[in-house]
Design a protein around this ligand. Sequence first.
Ligand code: DGJ
Length: 734
Amino acid sequence: MGIAFFEKDKIFKLDTPSSTYMIAIVDEEGFLGHVYYGKRVPDENLSYLMRTREAPFTPSVNNRDRASFLNTFPMEYPTHGLGDYREDCLSVLTQAGHSACGLRYVSHRIFPGKPKLEGLPATFGGEGDCTTLELLAEDPVLQLRVVLRYTAFERLDAVTRSVVLTNGSEEPLRLTKVLSACLDMDNRNFDLITLHGAWARERQIQRSPLCRGRQSAFSVCGESSHQEHPFLALAEKAATQDSGEVYAMNFVYSGNFLAQAELTQFDSVRAVMGIHPYDFCWTLAPGESFTAPEVVLVYSDSGLGGMTRTFHDLYRGHLIRGEYRDKPRPVLINNWEATYFDFNTEKLIAIARQAASLGIEMLVMDDGWFGGRSSDDCALGDWQVNENKLPGGLRRLADEVNRLGMRFGIWMEPEMISPDSDLYRAHPDWAIRIPGRTAVRSRNQYVLDFSRREVRNYIYECVRAVLKSANIDYLKWDMNRQLTDLGGIALPAGRQGELLHRYTLGVYEMQERLVTEFPHLLLENCSGGGARFDPGMLYYSPQIWCSDDTDAVERLKIQEGTALVYPLSAMGAHVSDCPNHAVGRVTPFETRGYVALAGTFGYELDVTKIPKEDRDQIPGQIALYHRYSGLMRQGDYYRVASYAENHGYDCWMVVSKDKQEALVTYIQVLGRPNAHSVRVRLNGLDESALYRVEGEGQEEQVLSGAALRCAGINVGGLWGDFRGRLIHLTAERT
Ligand code: DGJ
């Protein structure tokens, strides 16, 4: 394991438990070529894979065909303007207006552990967890130095990449494109897997054959977005949940991104990922550096399930921080769908009183408690409590809630400003906008210019004052619009293209300050539902609100797509009221509970108003949550069946790391007449162990892990639509 440099062959070999990533220095030219990525191989020279000797594209033998060579050579970090016409990663504009760039290897460093990325979220690991390779390359004409950084993890099949550029010249350079990673491979009849969506329909899995040309997922709206997701996977056509090779890339960033796969003329594939070049231009003064965010590469030779479990382990162990990473989260009740803006202390206390008697552990007060806010058209930025709604302020409310034995949490939207707010009247120039142009309103609000320190400082002090004003244990940090009118008044004309990235860095800086100053706070990120559910935000908050769609059936698809990459411990999921507010569907309370158990678990309803028979189920649901929350947060996730694929039922399983216990959740979406039970095969158990299989309505059995995997169990007898069942497996003591 680790990283080795083979001097004679000029090869770097990065090994993880089951994968190898190989880079070569092409001697004649100093190019950094990508040799191999895939299943782990012995220490051998595989540089023939780069095809440098195949006519007519030989670099130093036939210089006239350099363009052809560069257009086919598997470059580790391809650059612009010298003949590689596939998607490149780096484009630099000189003062003379030229944009060509070519990199040559200079030196390298290999060391244990993983350095931080300044100002950016990133995975972390100590000296026993991972090894890092830094490859220094330069463009001698531009005097631009580029450090390509790779970290290989010891116990996980993950390699991370990032890039640091330094201007060693005497003149400013303009970076017009800096992607973070490129992966060139031969096509193996790959499918491309991406996550697409919309508000209330986030992260739906799309799997389609990789076609000629370029297929991308991207965001250009200033956040990772509802619509697309900074993730792509190339899976062999035959790859299933349990078998086949999969290569995945995930971007640890929350702003604009490009995730693209390209199938070229010679059947090779180029996959790239990084900050989207649209609206991006960064001036690098002499001596300055720019750091491109991290891309996580995961290789799996055990199908999509293997990929998923590597991401879950990596993010649980090496990305999510803070005390809540490993702690059960309090069962909370949020008043958003219960009251929207129409609440006061009395109403909230009534909800809390009832909730406390049922075992709910925290009340979260959502939007509408501050300034004159009684709808979404005002007051963002006025972070003073509305005493008309909450006489005695936050302290009185929080104290009352605490007296009921519950904790108290609050909602804020720090990045926003309403045109109708005291803050806007005092500082109209703090909103992102272009002078002379009427700015676009979205949800009646503008975005604060978080690229500016004074704006961040002011808002940070507001957040701080709120958190210090009462006993507040939880903060939901919301963000409810995308960015437009990209004008930053603090930036000169030539630096307007820096606004979006500086904004994202500003958000990160704010959240870093917050988690440092309030280490006991449970932070949940949110963006109009799940528009910023990405690894960047996970670095700051151990959980993220998954979607504003809380319907149990819609959630099956949203949570399946989210769990493809992110651990269940991170998925904000609540039981809400019916008819569901997003789709008008009525599902059994029990089933809503089963679906929410696959996430952080909580309630999003007026517990004083729901039917008694639903309310009576709450203590039992909370008991289930406590019983299984450790397993759900820390176990291995297996996707057993997908409603999105079969249109009938959904099934997932979580197996404890020691394989002593597992919980299967089965949801029958639509009942079918005259149907046999459904056979589900349960992977991931200890094949030689015997398991007791139990569940309400389920035939009790004792079966071996091998039988459960190969033969499976029958699930039947569910009568009606939207019915669910939990099936618990425990290893029998021998
Ligand atoms: C969007 C969030 O996703 C909701 O849960 C709620 O907090 C609203 N914003 C409040 O404006």
